[in-house]
Ligand binder design. Structure first.
Ligand code: COA
Length: 358
């Protein structure tokens, strides 16, 4: 029952205090965030950012007896209509108890969709509790988690809360058919001589230019206005990726102009239970769309993934992105389901795909 537990905002001193102790003492809590051995304070900081993380405590408590951790993240931009929640709880029924608070938070932010993902297997009871509350299964990626040698699937669930409002937050955006219409660009002529290599800091300006072009970002999860990514943003993105050791961005170079024209960032999750699974995003400079660059880059990504001993690759795209759909299908990716909640040309679904490499 709500009232017997409370949510209390996570504070800086909790990382090295009650939070790290909670994950040290509870093997089950560790499993829920994908860790076999206790996570470091840095791991906890990246998994549970201040401002969107709450400790679950008995209502009379003021201290250390955490019964769970809830992270409720909403991001601006194309993800604005939704809020993503991560539930780490002592027992699944706690989700039911705490959910009215999460729902109130989402409604106060006028969200349309609440999303959450779980491992189908050792988190099945949590999935069932959410299905009972009103969530539905949108997508499932296969064998993406491995616990003690046994594979599990990842389930992506969502709760459409539009009916919770007296006046729906849904609006008509795309009066002229598209929020981000295609702009005229001068297309490069074939044939191209392409080269591939790992990205380095000198590529930052070319990457920022390519991704910030409207024809490129219109179908990406990031960016809502031309020029949104500056060279400095792309430097910090490359630096952070390098520091984590889990990102392998490959760039494609037009050798005649010695210019980076496309990037695909193959990454591996920080979770210890999904190190055999890669995820990726891709974008090609608008002047080079439709010339086979994306196809060639995905071939390089495959090769890199096999060298990294990965077993499958997961990605997603917006349902309106016919070119991405064809690119991924012809490159061997299979449909794994869909989840609504993005705002691109209008409200769109995110389609999940996966390619098995074994
Ligand atoms: C999606 C994207 C990566 C594809 O890369 P690309 O270099 O343009 O793709 P390719 O030229 O290799 O074409 C791949 C397939 O897509 C299809 N395609 C390409 N251009 C197309 C177009 N204008 N209309 C319809 N289909 C098209 C074709 O089926 C093609 O394969 P084929 O030539 O063998 O028939 C690129 O268009 C892009 O960066 N778009 C913006 C960012 C983005 O949407 N990224 C993916 C989001 S998850």
């Amino acid at each position: 029952m709500v009232g017997e537990i409370k949510l209390s905002a996570l504070r800086e001193e909790d990382y090295g205090g009650c939070l790290v102790r909670y994950f040290e003492r509870s093997e089950d809590a560790r499993k829920q965030i994908g860790f076999i051995l206790p996570p470091s304070v840095d791991d906890l900081k990246s998994t549970f950012p201040l401002g969107s993380t709450y400790k679950l405590l008995p209502s009379a408590s003021s201290g250390d007896d955490i019964q769970g951790v809830i992270r409720a993240m909403s991001r601006p931009g194309k993800a604005s209509p939704k809020i993503n929640v991560r539930f780490v709880v002592e027992y699944p029924e706690l989700i039911r108890e705490v959910y009215p608070l999460i729902l109130n938070l989402a409604k106060s932010e006028r969200k349309l969709i609440i999303t959450a993902y779980f491992i189908d297997g050792y988190e099945r009871e949590k999935i069932e509790t959410l299905l009972d509350i009103g969530f539905v299964k949108g997508a499932a990626t296969v064998k993406t988690t491995c616990l003690y040698g046994k594979y599990y699937d990842t389930n992506y669930l969502y709760h459409d809360i539009e009916n919770e409002y007296e006046e729906s937050p849904r609006r008509e955006y795309a009066e002229k058919g598209d929020l981000y219409p295609l702009l005229p660009v001068e297309k490069r002529k074939q044939p191209l001589k392409l080269r591939f290599r790992i990205a380095n800091l000198d590529d930052a300006a070319d990457i920022a230019e390519a991704i910030s072009q409207q024809n490129t970002f219109r179908t990406l999860a990031r960016g809502v206005y031309e020029g949104f990514m500056a060279k400095s943003d792309s430097v910090s993105y490359l630096e952070q990726g390098k520091k984590s050791g889990l990102n392998f961005p490959i760039v494609c170079i037009d050798t005649e102009r010695n210019k980076v024209i496309a990037i695909s960032d193959l990454g591996i999750m920080n979770d210890q239970v999904s190190r055999h699974t890669g995820h990726l995003g891709i974008h090609v400079n608008a002047q080079y769309h439709g010339l086979g660059v994306g196809t060639a880059l995905l071939r390089e990504i495959d090769l890199m993934a096999r060298r990294l001993h990965l077993e499958s690759l997961v990605l997603s795209y917006f349902e309106i992105n016919e070119v991405a759909k064809r690119l991924y299908e012809k490159s061997g990716y299979e449909y794994r389901g869909e989840v609504p909640g993005w705002l691109s040309s209008t409200y769109v679904k995110e389609i999940f795909m996966q390619k098995m490499l074994t």
